[in-house]
Design a protein around this ligand. Structure first.
Ligand SMILES: *[C@@H]1O[C@H](CO)[C@@H](O)[C@H](O)[C@H]1NC(C)=O
Ligand SMILES: *[C@@H]1O[C@H](CO)[C@@H](O)[C@H](O)[C@H]1NC(C)=O
Ligand SMILES: *[C@@H]1O[C@H](CO)[C@@H](O)[C@H](O)[C@H]1NC(C)=O
Ligand SMILES: *[C@@H]1O[C@H](CO)[C@@H](O)[C@H](O)[C@H]1NC(C)=O
Ligand SMILES: *[C@@H]1O[C@H](CO)[C@@H](O)[C@H](O)[C@H]1NC(C)=O
Ligand SMILES: *[C@@H]1O[C@H](CO)[C@@H](O)[C@H](O)[C@H]1NC(C)=O
Ligand SMILES: *[C@@H]1O[C@H](CO)[C@@H](O)[C@H](O)[C@H]1NC(C)=O
Ligand SMILES: *[C@@H]1O[C@H](CO)[C@@H](O)[C@H](O)[C@H]1NC(C)=O
Ligand SMILES: *[C@@H]1O[C@H](CO)[C@@H](O)[C@H](O)[C@H]1NC(C)=O
Ligand SMILES: *[C@@H]1O[C@H](CO)[C@@H](O)[C@H](O)[C@H]1NC(C)=O
Ligand SMILES: *[C@@H]1O[C@H](CO)[C@@H](O)[C@H](O)[C@H]1NC(C)=O
Ligand SMILES: *[C@@H]1O[C@H](CO)[C@@H](O)[C@H](O)[C@H]1NC(C)=O
Length: 809
């Protein structure tokens, strides 16, 4: 049924185009036929569904009544404008060039592909040609240079390639030239500097456009817009640009431009937007820019600009956005900036600026964003900051700012993000801050703040990130913190908080990170924490928590880091651990945990980074199921009372670090490449472990190897070598005394000779040093180094998720 329907439909369409069309079109004027050539390349479905084309009555004598077509009194087509019609044309038909009276052609956003026909050069009456936002390919035909009446040429947002033809310089009436967002290459022809009517020149977004900016472009005195961002242009900004007295916007960011900002730009008195960020500019900011009375945006970030910010910039009374971040700017913040009455954003981050934050900035009452982070600013935060009534973000982190946090922040009622981390702030956190109704991010990490957290913290319901780590805050963590229902990050690590962890924290349903490590917290871990079903990272380490690990921790189905080391926890690991299917790091070391390692841990296959149970009182054998942890990189079971075989560890093929020392393990050490490279430190104090050839039985003669790790080791090795020599001598004596015994040995068990071979390989692998059969040979120093190294690892891991503030903010 349906099939026949479709077939008849197709037949109809075919009839329409193959039979009806030629007869109907017979009476149509040549201009009409030229326009219809557009449709010949369109697919049939496009035509039948396009609403604009339904008005194109093929029986008309002229196309003058068709939608999108305008004619002269002589019925010649002077304008064809059918933008935003998705004709799905395969290409631009050359026949269009027969519209010899055409003055305006707008085929913008019609999804045309294919090249621009060179015959378009015949449309010599064209004033406007807009082929933008299509899928045109191939070069810009040099023939377009003959269109000397052309005022507007839009070829932007296509896939045009090749160079910019210098013949375009013949378009002496051209006012707007838009070639941006193509894949043009080569350099800008200097001849374009002759287009003295040009007002807009846009070539940005052509990443393969290279070479220098021709100084002749400085002749374009009517130019208002120069856009060349995101290109491969290099060289310097031509000082001749100072002649561009009409220039309003200069977008020259994200290029290979280098050298200084020419002081001549100060002559471009109409300049409103100067975008020079993400280049390789050097030298200092010319004071002459202070003459730009109309400058509203000055973006210079991401260059290598040096020297101070000239005080003259404070004369740019229209300045709204000033961003000089990520340069090498030195000197102080000009106090005259207080004159910038309409300044909304001041970004001076990531430079080498010194001196104080001038109180005069509080005069810039239009400021919404003030970002001075990552400099060497000193002195206090001026108390006048409270005048900045519409300030939304204030970043001062990474400076040397001292003094207290002014309580006048309480008047910055629009404040959304306040980051004062990594400074030298002292005193307590003023309660007024928690009265800010819009404060979402409060980051005060790494200062010397003291005092207690007020109960009134619960007033700040808007808080999403509260990060107070690395201070000297003390007292109890107020239970009111549990009322902060929007809190996602709660960082209180490395302070002096004491008392218990309030169970009310379990009410913060959206919490993803809870880090209270390195405080003086006591009591049991509240089982209510198990309600935090969105938790991704939990660090309670280095406190004095007692009691058991709550069973409810099994609720943490998104948790990827669980860090509980250095507490006084007792009991066993809850079997609910199996539910932590996102866990990558588990550290329970240095507690008083007991029982056996639950087999459930073997099903937490996400455990990839580290699993540390060291320095507890675990007993029993390593469960077989642990062979499932095939992605695990670091395993530490040292300093427990574990026993039994360690064969299962041979299956942990991703291991790069292992420590099972100070246990009671026995039996053969797995024969895997990893175990072959492992230093004997990893096995220390497991006297019943043995070296094996086949991985299942102990070989009687165990020859261990060791790296040349310290001077002490070398001493040990020397002594050992002496012993070995003695042994060889003794053997030789034996050989002499009992040839019969010797003969039996050499022709005897294959395993014996095999062992020799393996030892030889091992010996080669460790600089030719082989050692006598006892494993416990390391020095105190080496043990310490192992411990040191592993604590460095966990510290690194912690840094990765608690200091990465930039990433989170
Ligand atoms: C052009 O093609 C697209 C996708 O194939 C289609 O959605 C659109 O309707 C077509 N345009 C016309 C006018 O048929
Ligand atoms: C198409 O044009 C012819 C002649 O100009 C006219 O007779 C006919 O009604 C038109 N058809 C439509 C659908 O407008
Ligand atoms: C072409 O048409 C589009 C859509 O109406 C319009 O936005 C654009 O400005 C036109 N081009 C010119 C040069 O007028
Ligand atoms: C543009 O045309 C191509 C075919 O030339 C078609 O595949 C594509 O879907 C069209 N895009 C739109 C947005 O119509
Ligand atoms: C451009 O103009 C010059 C002389 O003004 C002429 O020699 C040249 O042929 C022209 N080029 C084109 C493509 O029209
Ligand atoms: C520009 O690209 C074309 C191909 O699109 C290539 O043939 C030509 O060599 C390139 N020119 C330059 C200067 O890179
Ligand atoms: C430049 O602009 C001015 C004012 O708009 C105009 O009078 C003058 O003719 C333009 N110059 C050129 C060369 O087009
Ligand atoms: C520009 O600023 C400087 C220093 O801030 C000042 O000395 C000078 O008078 C100002 N010039 C003008 C024209 O305002
Ligand atoms: C403060 O701003 C006013 C006007 O906005 C200005 O007249 C005054 O000079 C400024 N004061 C300072 C210290 O910058
Ligand atoms: C805060 O604003 C109030 C009312 O505008 C004012 O009385 C008070 O002095 C301001 N405090 C500070 C520290 O700016
Ligand atoms: C968390 O786990 C406990 C026991 O394990 C259970 O009673 C509680 O309902 C769980 N809470 C949520 C929110 O899943
Ligand atoms: C560990 O727990 C046991 C009892 O479970 C207790 O006797 C011992 O003192 C505890 N050790 C430490 C260091 O707390």
């Amino acid at each position: 049924m349906e099939k026949t329907h479709i077939i008849s439909c197709c037949c109809c369409l075919l009839c329409f185009f193959l039979i009806l069309k030629p007869t109907l079109v017979y009476s149509l004027s040549p201009d009409g036929k030229a326009i219809l050539s557009l449709l010949a390349s369109a697919d049939a479905s496009s035509i039948s569904f396009s609403s604009i084309l339904s008005s194109w009555n093929l029986s008309n004598p002229t196309p003058c009544s068709w939608q999108g077509v305008t004619c002269s009194p002589q019925d010649r087509v002077i304008s064809l404008s059918i933008p935003n019609t998705f004709l799905n044309l395969s290409s631009l038909p050359p026949q269009l060039s027969k519209l010899s009276s055409l003055q305006l052609l707008n085929l913008s956003t019609t999804n045309i592909s294919g090249p621009i026909p060179p015959s378009f050069g015949l449309l010599t009456h064209l004033r406007l040609l807009d082929l933008s936002s299509n899928s045109l390919t191939g070069p810009i035909p040099p023939e377009l240079g003959t269109l000397t009446l052309l005022q507007f040429l839009f070829l932007n947002s296509n896939r045009l390639s090749g160079g910019i033809p210098r013949q375009l310089a013949n378009l002496s009436s051209l006012q707007i030239l838009c070639l941006q967002d193509n894949i043009l290459n080569g350099s800008i022809p200097w001849q374009l500097g002759l287009l003295n009517s040009l007002q807009e020149f846009r070539i940005g977004g052509n990443p393969y456009l290279t070479g220098e900016i021709p100084s002749q472009l400085g002749l374009l005195t009517n130019l208002t817009t120069f856009g060349a961002a995101a290109t491969g242009l290099s060289g310097v900004i031509p000082p001749t640009f100072g002649n561009l007295i009409s220039l309003q916007t200069m977008a020259l960011y994200d290029t290979e431009i280098f050298g200084p900002i020419p002081p001549e730009l100060g002559l471009c008195s109409e300049l409103g937007n100067l975008y020079l960020h993400m280049n390789k500019l050097t030298g200092s900011i010319p004071p002459q820019l202070g003459k730009l009375q109309k400058l509203t945006s000055l973006l210079l970030w991401g260059n290598s600009i040096t020297g101070p910010i000239p005080a003259e910039l404070s004369n740019c009374s229209s300045l709204v956005v000033l961003d000089t971040s990520a340069n090498d700017i030195s000197g102080e913040i000009p106090t005259d900036f207080g004159k910038l009455a309409v300044l909304e954003q001041l970004h001076l981050s990531d430079n080498s600026m010194t001196g104080p934050i001038p109180w005069q900035l509080s005069n810039c009452t239009s400021l919404t964003a003030l970002q001075l982070d990552k400099n060497q600013l000193s002195g206090p935060i001026p108390w006048q900051v409270g005048n900045l009534k519409i300030l939304q973000s204030l970043f001062l982190w990474g400076n040397s700012i001292s003094g207290t946090i002014p309580s006048s922040f309480g008047n910055c009622t629009e404040l959304y993000a306040l980051d004062l981390s990594r400074n030298k702030l002292t005193g307590s956190i003023p309660e007024e801050i928690f009265g800010l109704k819009k404060l979402s991010k409060l980051l005060l990490l790494g200062n010397s703040l003291s005092g207690e957290l007020p109960q009134s913290i619960s007033r700040c319901q808007s808080l999403v990130r509260l990060r107070l780590g690395e201070n000297q805050l003390s007292g109890q963590i107020p239970k009111e913190i549990g009322q902060l229902q929007n809190l996602v990050f709660l960082d209180l690590y490395t302070n002096q908080f004491s008392g218990g962890l309030p169970s009310e924290i379990g009410n913060i349903m959206v919490l993803e990170l809870l880090d209270v490590h390195n405080n003086y917290l006591t009591g049991e871990i509240p089982s209510q924490l198990g309600e935090l079903v969105n938790l991704e990272q939990l660090d309670l380490s280095r406190n004095s928590f007692t009691g058991e690990i709550p069973w409810s921790f099994g609720n943490f189905s998104y948790l990827n880091k669980l860090i509980l080391n250095h507490n006084l926890l007792t009991g066993s690991i809850p079997k609910s651990i199996r539910n932590l299917q996102k866990l990558t790091l588990l550290d329970m070391s240095f507690n008083n945990l007991s029982g056996s390692i639950p087999s459930e841990i073997g099903y937490v296959t996400s455990l990839t980074i580290s699993f540390d149970l060291s320095s507890n009182r675990f007993t029993g054998e390593i469960p077989e199921e642990m062979s499932g942890l095939t992605q695990l990189q670091s395993l530490d079971l040292s300093n427990n009372m574990l026993y039994g075989g360690i064969q299962v560890l041979g299956d942990l093929t991703s291991l790069t670090s292992l420590n099972i020392s100070f246990n009671n393990f026995s039996g053969p050490i797995p024969v895997t490449p990893f175990f072959r490279t492992l230093s004997s430190n990893s096995y220390l104090q497991n006297p019943k472990l043995c070296e094996s050839l086949d991985g299942s039985t102990c070989s009687s003669r165990i020859l261990r190897r060791i790296g040349l790790e310290s001077a002490k080791t070398v001493t040990v090795i020397s002594v050992t070598l002496a012993l070995v020599t003695l042994a060889i001598l003794a053997t030789w004596v034996l050989v002499i005394r009992n040839r019969k015994y010797m003969a039996k040995k050499s022709s005897g068990s294959a395993s014996s000779s095999g062992c020799e071979n393996v030892s030889a390989i091992e010996a080669n692998a460790t600089a030719g040093v082989s050692l006598p059969p006892t494993i416990s040979r390391s020095t105190e120093g080496q043990i310490n180094r192992v411990v040191e190294r592993s604590s460095q690892v966990s510290q690194k891991l912690r840094i990765n998720f608690s200091v990465g503030r930039n990433i989170f903010l």
